[in-house]
Structure formats: structure tokens, C-alpha cells
Design a binder for this molecule. Structure first.
Ligand code: CDP
Length: 209
């Protein structure tokens, strides 16, 4: 069983994917974490603008590197969005993601992958594709609360600006732009709580099983 969950920043992909993975006993890969991990490592080098370094870091990435600590900040999200537009970085990370989908770890019989291009490029043959979205204002509000809950300082207007910029960068890039697959079920979560989103996703999946 393969579930693809795509959508823009802070739309609720993570929450939904975690719940789907738990419900169906599947492995989960947050592909944003992969780009964030590469971005963090690139930022730690002396030459963060050098694409060659980003490509090299992507080539040597392993599952054990995907540590969530310190990766959720907007600055890392922005850096991830920049390095994820480098075609060779995407190409390298494509194999990593496909391998996970094909051979889910811990003996699981399937996987949930969430990101921007799972249904369109990484797993175009996934049986279940969801595209989760919400208005940019609502997404900014959710990210604001998430940062507050983690005790981080946050400025609403700056978060909204970051989200709008990131959406634009993710949507206009030439490789794998953010786009719903033609056979994806689109869920606008602007007025829905996590339970309602989960139930809608379950309905969609059970209709196809
Ligand atoms: O959690 P949030 O939705 O804010 O971001 P994320 O999913 O962690 O992704 C961070 C950045 O990585 C995005 O803005 C994208 O530019 C990039 N990304 C991508 O290009 N392709 C993916 N499959 C996942 C993330």
C-alpha cells in the first residue's frame, strides 16, 4: 500500500501522514525532512551558495541522518526550498525516496510519503494520492502556533511572508514544481480540524480499496 500526500507549506501533511501511517501500520517518510537535512548540512559548510556541495551532501545522505532536531525552523525551510530547486539535488534524492517506498523499513508492508512531488514524480503509480491545501493565512497561523508551542519566538507577518515566498519558489521551479497529480484527491483544510481531515482521507482511501 502506497499513499502519497502532497501540498504547500504548513497545510497539515505531516499530521495527516502520521495518522494514516499509524492507522494502516505503514512506514512514513516526511520527504521535507530530507531537503531540510541537506539544507542544514549545507548551511554548516563554509560555502552554502555552492551547488556542488549541496549535490555532494545529497549523495551521501542516509536514513540515520534524518534527525528532526532543529530542522523545523522557517530559516531551514527557506534554505530547503532553495536547495530543492537544484535539479541534481532532486535527482539524487529521488532514488532515496523511491527506495524507501519500494522497501519500507521495519518490515512494514507499505508506506506513506509526504512532500511536494510524491504523486507527480516520486511515486506516480501510488494507489492513493492526496493533495492537502489551505489558505496561506491559515497555514501561517498554524505555523505560528506550532512555533509558539515549541517555545520559539515568532512574528505572524514574517511567517506569512515566508510561506508565500516559499509557495511561490516551490511552484515556479522548473523541476518537480508543487502541483496536484491529475488523479489526486484535493482536500482544502482551511475550515477543517485534524480529525475531519483524517476522516475525509480515510473515506477517499476506503472508496478505492
Ligand atoms: O513542513 P513544511 O510543509 O513547511 O515544509 P517541508 O515539507 O518540510 O519542506 C521544506 C521544503 O523542502 C519545501 O518548501 C520544498 O521546497 C522542499 N521539498 C521539496 O521540494 N520536495 C519535497 N518532496 C518535499 C520538500
Amino acid at each position: 500500500m502506497l499513499i502519497a500526500v502532497d501540498g504547500p507549506a504548513a497545510a497539515g501533511k505531516g499530521t495527516l501522514s502520521r495518522r494514516l501511517a499509524e492507522h494502516f501500520n505503514l512506514a512514513r517518510l516526511d520527504t521535507g525532512l530530507i531537503y531540510r537535512t541537506v539544507a542544514k548540512k549545507v548551511l554548516e559548510t563554509k560555502d552554502p551558495e555552492n551547488n556542488k556541495i549541496a549535490i555532494e551532501i545529497a549523495q551521501f545522505l542516509s536514513l540515520n541522518d534524518l534527525d528532526t532536531n532543529g530542522l523545523r525552523d522557517e530559516a531551514i525551510g527557506t534554505a530547503a526550498s532553495k536547495i530543492s530547486a537544484i535539479p541534481e539535488v532532486r535527482k539524487t534524492l529521488l532514488n532515496f525516496q523511491r527506495n524507501f517506498a519500494k522497501n519500507p523499513p521495519n518490515g512494514k508492508v507499505g508506506a506513506v510519503l509526504d512532500g511536494r512531488d510524491i504523486g507527480t514524480v516520486v511515486c506516480p503509480k501510488a494507489e492513493f494520492k492526496l493533495f492537502i491545501t489551505a489558505s496561506s493565512k491559515i497555514r501561517a497561523e498554524r505555523r505560528f502556533k506550532e512555533l509558539q508551542d515549541r517555545g520559539k519566538e515568532a512574528i505572524r507577518s514574517a511567517i506569512l511572508r515566508d510561506i508565500i515566498d516559499r509557495d511561490e519558489r516551490d511552484s515556479i521551479r522548473s523541476v518537480s514544481p508543487l502541483l496536484p497529480a491529475r488523479d489526486a484527491q484535493i482536500l482544502d483544510t482551511s475550515k477543517l480540524d485534524p480529525d475531519a481531515v483524517f476522516n475525509l482521507a480515510l473515506n477517499f482511501i476506503s472508496l478505492k480499496i
